[in-house]
Design a protein around this ligand. Structure first.
Ligand code: 3HC
Length: 279
């Protein structure tokens, strides 16, 4: 059995992928509304596969049935591995990992889907830092092939090997990296997104022009501003702040326009407005 903590976009996508590959899953969030929204998102995503005849309605129903939702960490006690996918806040993550450390069986692996927080610092909240690791899935989880596997200071070879095996079993491609701000994915992606926002801020081009240059010129599936809306502008800002603070280099300074948009509540797709409007 596998566990997932957090039923938001990333958490429900991870639970879905686990269940699609035959695993029983316990999906935990703080209240019934949150887990119900997570289950609805899984059903919606599976519905797209059914519509495209990539699976039958019966197969989709069996996948949904493998996901048990819960609001109690005690239901994760037997999990071989738990992935945490909650808010990007160190104090909250450390509290959750302390609780998981008490509730999950001693040989269970505790993974974090964090996009920028040190795995080593999360692991320090547990008595099993050798069995704490980063398992960074990409959005949308059911479609994206990569899992960035991040080794904390004390992550063991056995834990890394187990996560590699599981990732391959999920049809994903794991890549091992070491613990460092933003790891590889966001250390490279976020400065590109930030630079695209500076281009808009300095009127080098319109949002459409900037995105079209990168889509057609560099064969990116989405332009950087559309991708920022997809990831969430608050998430982009939080990651850039970690890069800026922890690497101490002004090249990671978040663009003032990004700050202002987050202050205004224009967070991208999830708020209906970011660099583009979403109905
Ligand atoms: N579940 C099931 N199917 C889905 C889906 C989901 N959640 N989301 C999209 N799809 C399907 C659609 O139904 C469609 O199927 P079809 O081609 O058979 O009709 C297909 O995927 C393509 O979707 P769309 O036509 O809506 O749009 P695109 O062709 O643009 O593809 C995309 C969507 C796969 C998201 C593509 O634009 C893409 O790869 N974008 C880049 C995503 C990316 O960079 N992700 C990483 C973000 S960074 C991150 O996650 C790290 C974090 O720490 C910040």
């Amino acid at each position: 059995m596998l566990g997932v903590v957090g039923a938001g976009t990333m958490g429900n996508g991870i639970a879905q992928v686990f269940a699609m590959h035959g695993h029983d899953v316990a999906l935990l969030d703080i209240n019934e509304d949150a887990v119900a929204r997570g289950r609805a998102a899984i059903e919606k995503s599976l519905g797209r596969f059914v519509k495209k005849e990539k699976m039958t309605a019966d197969e989709a129903a069996a996948i949904v049935a493998r996901v048990k939702t819960t609001t109690s960490a005690k239901d994760l006690a037997d999990a071989d591995l738990v992935v945490e996918a909650i808010v990007e806040n160190l104090a909250v993550k450390q509290k959750v990992f302390g609780e998981l450390d008490r509730e999950v069986k001693p040989d269970g692996i505790l993974a974090s889907n964090t996009s920028s927080i040190w795995i080593t610092e999360i692991a320090a909240a547990t008595k099993r830092p050798d069995r704490v690791i980063g398992m960074h899935f990409m959005n949308p989880v059911p479609l994206m092939k990569l899992i960035e596997v991040i080794r904390g200071h004390d992550t063991s070879d056995a834990t890394t090997a187990a996560v590699f095996d599981l990732s391959k079993n999920l049809g994903k491609i794991p890549v091992e990296v070491n613990d460092s701000p933003g790891f590889v994915s966001n250390r490279v992606l976020m400065p590109m997104i930030n630079e695209a926002i500076f281009c808009l801020h300095e009127n080098v081009g319109t949002a459409e022009a900037i995105d079209t240059v990168m889509k057609l010129g560099m064969a990116h599936p989405m332009g950087p501003l559309a991708l920022a809306d997809f990831v969430g502008l608050d998430v982009c800002l939080a990651i850039l702040e970690v890069l800026h603070r922890d690497l101490g280099d002004d090249k990671y300074r978040p663009c003032p326009l990004l700050r202002k948009m987050v202050m205004a509540g224009h967070l991208g797709r999830k708020s209906g407005r970011g660099f583009y409007s979403y109905d």
